[in-house]
Write a new protein. Structure first.
Length: 546
C-alpha cells in the first residue's frame, strides 16, 4: 500500500512540474555576440518544439571542421547538461560582449564552475563559442553520465513530432511507468537475494552461529533500495525530461541516495555493535561494555553529520557561512547550556578516571545501586528496588562515591559482649573457638584477622571479632556472615557462654537462705576442649562448600 502511494505521488509530482515549466520562448538570432546569446542558441535549437541541431552546432568551437561532428558535439553537450540536471537560467547569463572572467581576466565564461567546470565558453574574435577544451571533454563526460551503453538509447528515442501532455511526450510517460515498476519489483526480488549473501558474509566475519535475522532483513532492504536508487540515477538522464523536471528529479534522487546510505550505515553499525556487546559480556573487564554505547553514539553522530554535509552540498548551501553562523549561535548556546557542557566534561572525566564500571555497586549522595549505563549526559543506576536513577555526569564528577564493586575483600566486624560473670578460662576457650571458626570457614581470609578480648563495657565484657571475607558479591557476603554468626551462637551454646545486653542486674547473694542467681559455669579445661572439638567437627560439616 505504501509503495502504491509513493508511485502515485511521484507521477503527480512529475506532471505538476512538467505543466509548470513547459513554456515557449522566442527564437534567438545566431549572432553569438555574448555568452547569453551563445547558450540561448545552443539550448533553444535542441528543444523538441524547435529542434534544428544544425543551428545549435554553430556554438561549437570553429576548430571542429566537420559539420556532422559539430552537430554531434552540440547534441551531446546538451545531453550532458540535462543528464546532470543543470538548469541554465538565462536571466543570469552575462550579456556583455566583452565579458571577462574575474579570476583569469580573460574572455572566458564557465556556466557551472562547481558542477561542470570542464565546460566553458571563450571569445574568439567577436563571437563566443564553446571552447576547444570543452569539445575535447564532451566524449568522456558523456560516457560518465550515460554508462553501460545507455547512450545508445538516446539515439533510439524520438526528438520531435510527439504528442505532448503536461509538458511530456507519450514515450516519456511510458518510460517513467516502466522505471517505477522496475523499482517496485526490484525491491522485493533484490532484498530476498541479498539476505542469504549477507547472512553468509556475517557468519564468516563474526564467527557466530546465532544471527539476528531481523537486522539482516533491514540491511538487505536498505541495500536493495540503495542499488535501485542508483539504478534510477543512471536511467533518469536517458528519459530526456524537461530540464526543470530533470533538475528536480536528479536532486531528489541524490538526496534520497544519501538518506538511504545513512540508514544503511546506521543499520550495519547496529549489527556490529550488537555482536560486539555480546563479545564484551564474555570478557572480565567491564570497561568495554562501558565504552560500547559511547563509541556507538560517536560513530552515529559522524555518519549523520557526514550525510548532512553531503545534502548541504547538493542543495548548494554555503557551508562556510553556515558553520560561521553556527559558531556565533554556538557561543550563545554554550552559555545557555553550560550544565549540558558540564555533563559532557563529566562524561570524559568518568571515562578517563574510571571510578566505576558497568555492573559495579556504588554508594553516593542520594543514590545507591548498580551501574547500568554511562552515557554522554547521565549515568543510569539501578537501585535496590530496581528503580532506574539517572544522575548527571557533571554531579558525579564532583561527588564522593564509594565503589563497593571494587572491593577485593569484604570486612566483617562484630563486637561480642558476654556477661560479667563469665570466668576467664571460659573466655579464653571461647576465643580459641572463635579463631577455629575463622580457620575452618571456606570464605574467610586466614591472615590478618582479629579475635581479642578488648574492652570492659558497662554491662558486658567485649570481644572484637574482625575478619575479611573472600566472596564474589553482596549475596555471597550475606550468606558467609550468616554462617559465621550461627557458628558463633552454636559455640557459645556449646560452651555455656551467655551474651550480654544493655541492662541493670541486681545480684542478691548475701541474703540468708538465698542461693546466688549467677549460673554455674563449667571450668573443666579438658571437658571444654572436648566440647570445642565436637563443635569444630559439626561446624566443618555444616559449612563445607561442595
Amino acid at each position: 500500500m505504501k509503495t502504491r502511494k509513493w508511485l502515485l505521488v511521484s507521477v503527480f509530482s512529475i506532471l505538476f512540474y512538467a505543466s509548470l515549466f513547459a513554456q515557449q520562448d522566442a527564437p534567438p538570432a545566431l549572432s553569438l555576440e555574448s555568452p547569453y546569446n551563445t547558450m540561448y542558441v545552443h539550448l533553444y535549437y535542441l528543444q523538441s518544439d524547435s529542434y534544428e541541431p544544425n543551428k545549435a552546432a554553430v556554438t561549437i568551437s570553429r576548430s571542429v571542421k566537420d559539420s556532422v561532428e559539430r552537430v554531434k558535439a552540440a547534441i551531446q553537450l546538451k545531453q550532458i547538461m540535462d543528464g546532470k540536471g543543470l538548469y541554465v537560467r538565462l536571466n543570469l547569463l552575462p550579456q556583455k560582449a566583452d565579458y571577462e572572467d574575474t579570476i583569469t581576466l580573460k574572455h572566458f565564461y564557465t556556466p557551472f564552475p562547481e558542477k561542470l567546470p570542464e565546460v566553458y565558453l571563450e571569445k574568439v574574435g567577436s563571437k563566443w563559442y564553446y571552447s576547444d577544451e570543452t569539445v575535447r571533454n564532451i566524449s568522456s563526460l558523456h560516457k560518465q553520465i550515460y554508462p553501460f551503453g545507455t547512450a545508445r538509447l538516446l539515439n533510439l528515442l524520438p526528438k520531435t513530432g510527439q504528442r505532448r501532455f503536461l509538458g511530456l511526450d507519450l514515450w516519456q510517460y511510458i518510460a517513467i511507468g516502466i522505471l517505477l515498476t522496475l523499482i517496485w519489483l526490484g525491491r522485493f526480488v533484490l532484498s530476498r537475494l541479498l539476505i542469504p549473501i549477507i547472512t553468509r558474509f556475517v557468519k564468516s566475519r563474526i564467527k557466530s552461529e546465532t544471527i539476528d535475522s531481523a537486522q539482516i532483513l533491514k540491511i538487505a532492504n536498505s541495500m536493495s533500495m540503495l542499488f535501485l536508487v542508483w539504478f534510477a540515477q543512471k536511467l533518469v538522464p536517458v528519459l530526456q525530461l524537461p530540464i526543470a523536471i530533470a533538475e528536480w528529479s536528479i536532486l531528489a534522487l541524490n538526496i534520497i541516495f544519501v538518506g538511504i546510505a545513512i540508514l544503511l550505515l546506521l543499520r550495519i553499525l547496529g549489527l556490529i555493535m550488537s555482536y560486539a556487546a555480546k563479545f564484551a559480556e564474555t570478557t572480565e573487564s567491564k570497561m568495554d561494555e562501558q565504552l560500547m554505547p559511547i563509541i556507538s553514539r560517536i560513530i552515529q553522530v559522524f555518519i549523520v553529520l557526514g550525510g548532512l554535509i553531503e545534502v548541504f552540498r547538493l542543495l548548494d548551501i554555503n557551508l562556510t557561512a553556515f558553520i560561521a553562523g553556527l559558531s556565533i549561535g554556538g557561543l550563545a548556546l554554550a552559555l545557555a547550556a553550560k550544565d549540558t557542557v558540564a555533563n559532557l566534561i563529566g562524561s570524559a572525566m568518568i571515562f578517563f578516571d574510571r571510578p566505576f564500571q558497568i555492573g559495579d555497586y556504588v554508594v553516593g549522595s542520594g543514590f545507591e545501586g548498580t551501574i547500568v549505563e554511562v552515557g554522554f549526559r547521565t549515568t543510569r543506576i539501578r537501585q535496590i528496588d530496581t528503580t532506574i536513577t539517572s544522575v548527571p555526569n557533571g554531579s558525579i564528577a564532583n561527588m564522593v562515591i564509594a565503589n563497593k564493586g571494587m572491593r577485593i575483600f569484604r570486612l566483617f566486624v562484630l563486637n561480642l559482649g558476654v556477661t560479667y560473670d563469665t570466668p576467664p578460662l571460659l573466655i579464653e576457650k571461647f576465643l580459641e573457638g572463635l579463631k577455629l571458626i575463622i580457620n575452618n570457614h571456606p570464605d574467610t581470609i586466614k591472615e590478618n584477622y582479629y579475635v581479642h578480648f578488648n574492652n570492659l563495657e558497662a554491662s558486658s565484657l567485649n570481644i572484637l571479632f574482625r575478619v575479611s571475607l573472600n566472596v564474589p558479591g553482596y549475596a555471597g557476603e550475606l550468606i558467609a556472615k550468616e554462617e559465621l554468626i550461627l557458628g558463633i551462637m552454636r559455640l557459645a551454646e556449646s560452651l555455656g557462654v551467655r551474651f550480654a545486653f544493655p541492662s541493670t542486674t541486681l545480684y542478691m547473694e548475701e541474703f540468708p537462705e538465698k542461693q546466688s542467681t549467677a549460673p554455674p559455669y563449667n571450668t573443666n579445661a579438658e571437658e571444654l576442649n572436648g566440647r570445642i572439638d565436637a563443635f569444630v567437627a559439626d561446624f566443618k560439616s555444616r559449612n563445607t562448600k561442595v
